[in-house]
Write a protein that binds this ligand. Structure first.
Ligand SMILES: C[S@@+](CC[C@H](N)C(=O)[O-])C[C@H]1O[C@@H](n2cnc3c(N)ncnc32)[C@H](O)[C@@H]1O
Length: 336
C-alpha cells in the first residue's frame, strides 16, 4: 500500500517541497516521453545505448542521455555493460503505468482552472476544453481511446480484489453500466462462466470498444448496447457501476439509479464499485480522486453515510459491502 502521508511531509521545508515538486513534474514529462517513444519497451527487450534510444525517439542523443540519467539516478533503469542502459523491475512498472501518465495531461491542463472555474460554477475540465468531459471525448475519439485504456488499467488494479474478496450471488445477465472498453465485463464473464453480459456505454464509446470485444473468445456471451444511463438501460439481473457514481453529483446519481430501477429484472442487484471516503479525513488515494472529480466533472467521492442517503433517496438499500482499504469497495444494493 502506498503511504499517502508522504504528501504532507514534503511540506516540512521549502527545499523538500521544491525538490519533490520538480521530481514529480519533470519526472512525469520524462516518463511520458520514454513510454510514448517506445524507449521503455525497448529497454525491457534488452540493453540499449543512449544513441540507439535517441534514434528510436527521433530526438537529439545528448537530450536523451540527460533523461536517461534522471531515470538512472532514481533507479527506474540501471546501467548495463559498455555504457548501455538496461531495464529494472521498476522499468516494467513504468510501462505498465503508461496510460496513467498519459491521462495526467488532461489533469495538468484542467487543474490550474480550479479557481476560475469554481468561481464561475463550471468544471475546470469544461473551463479548459470548452465542454464537459464526456462531450469532449465524443468530439475527440483519440482522447476517448486514451481514457478507455486508462480505465482498463484502473480496472486491472482492482480486479483481484473484486473477484477474490467479493462473490456475487447467482445471476444470468450482468450489465456493466458505463463499462468503457469492457475490461470489467470480460473479467466478470471469465469469473462467472455461465453468465451473459451486456456492455452499456455511450454510443461513441461502445463503438471504440467493439473491435476488442468482438475479437475476444467471450464475444458470443456479450451484447453491446449504446445509450445514455440518464435515459434508458437494458434489463439485467446484476448491474455493475464501477467509477460511475463518483463522476456525478447527487441529483445526477439519482437519475442514473432511477433508470436502473425502471429496467432491472425482479430480484436484480446493483453493485456500486467506488472509493468510500473515511468519516475522518485521512491520507488516501480516495481523497486525491475526490479532488480529481472536482477537476474533471461534477462528481465526488462519498462517505458510507452519504452513499446510504443517496441510495435510500433512490429506493435502494445496501445489502452487502466489501470494503477495500486500498481502493474501490464493492457495495451491493437491493430494492427497499
Ligand atoms: C470513469 S469511467 C468508468 C468506466 C468503467 N466503468 C471503469 O470503471 O473502468 C465513466 C464511464 O461512463 C461513461 N458514460 C458517461 N456518460 C454516460 C452516459 N450518459 N451514459 C452511459 N455511459 C456514460 C463514460 O463513457 C465512461 O466509460
Amino acid at each position: 500500500m502506498v503511504d499517502s502521508r508522504a504528501f504532507g511531509q514534503h511540506f516540512d521545508s521549502l527545499d523538500a517541497v521544491i525538490g519533490w515538486g520538480h521530481d514529480v513534474i519533470f519526472g512525469t514529462a520524462v516518463i511520458v516521453l520514454a513510454n510514448r517513444a517506445g524507449v521503455t519497451a525497448r529497454l525491457l527487450a534488452g540493453p540499449a545505448t543512449a544513441v540507439e534510444l535517441a534514434q528510436l525517439a527521433a530526438i537529439p542523443a545528448d537530450k536523451m542521455a540527460r533523461m536517461l540519467d534522471f531515470l538512472l539516478a532514481h533507479e527506474v533503469i540501471a546501467r548495463g555493460r559498455e555504457g548501455a542502459f538496461m531495464a529494472t523491475a521498476r522499468t516494467a512498472i513504468m510501462l505498465e503505468a503508461a496510460d496513467f501518465f498519459t491521462i495526467t495531461e488532461f489533469t495538468n491542463a484542467a487543474g490550474p482552472q480550479l479557481l476560475p472555474a469554481l468561481q464561475q460554477g463550471i468544471t475546470p475540465f469544461a473551463a479548459r476544453y470548452g465542454v464537459p468531459v464526456f462531450d469532449h471525448f465524443h468530439a475527440h475519439p483519440e482522447d476517448a481511446a486514451k481514457f478507455g485504456k486508462y480505465m482498463g488499467l484502473m480496472t486491472r488494479r482492482v480486479e483481484q480484489f473484486i473477484f477474490r474478496q467479493h462473490r456475487f450471488g447467482p445471476f444470468a445477465t450482468v450489465a456493466d453500466i458505463g463499462g468503457s472498453m469492457g475490461d470489467l465485463l470480460l473479467a466478470t464473464l471469465r469469473e462467472y462462466p455461465i453468465a451473459r453480459g451486456i456492455l452499456f456505454d455511450r454510443p461513441d464509446v461502445v463503438e471504440l470498444a467493439r473491435p476488442a470485444i468482438t475479437a475476444s473468445p467471450l464475444a458470443k456471451r456479450v451484447e453491446i448496447v449504446g445509450g445514455s444511463f440518464f435515459e434508458q438501460v437494458p434489463a439485467a439481473d446484476l448491474y455493475m457501476l464501477k467509477q460511475i457514481l463518483h463522476d456525478w453529483d447527487d441529483h445526477e446519481c439519482r437519475e442514473i439509479l432511477a433508470c436502473i430501477r425502471a429496467a432491472m429484472n425482479p430480484g436484480a442487484r446493483v453493485a456500486i464499485i467506488d472509493h468510500v471516503l473515511s468519516d475522518v479525513p485521512e491520507p488516501s488515494e480516495s481523497l486525491s480522486t475526490d479532488i480529481a472529480m472536482m477537476v474533471w466533472d461534477t462528481g465526488r467521492e462519498r462517505k458510507l453515510g452519504e452513499f446510504s442517503a443517496l441510495f435510500a433517496a433512490s429506493g435502494f438499500r445496501i445489502d452487502r459491502r466489501t470494503p477495500n482499504p486500498n481502493g474501490h469497495s464493492v457495495i451491493e444494493l437491493v430494492l427497499g
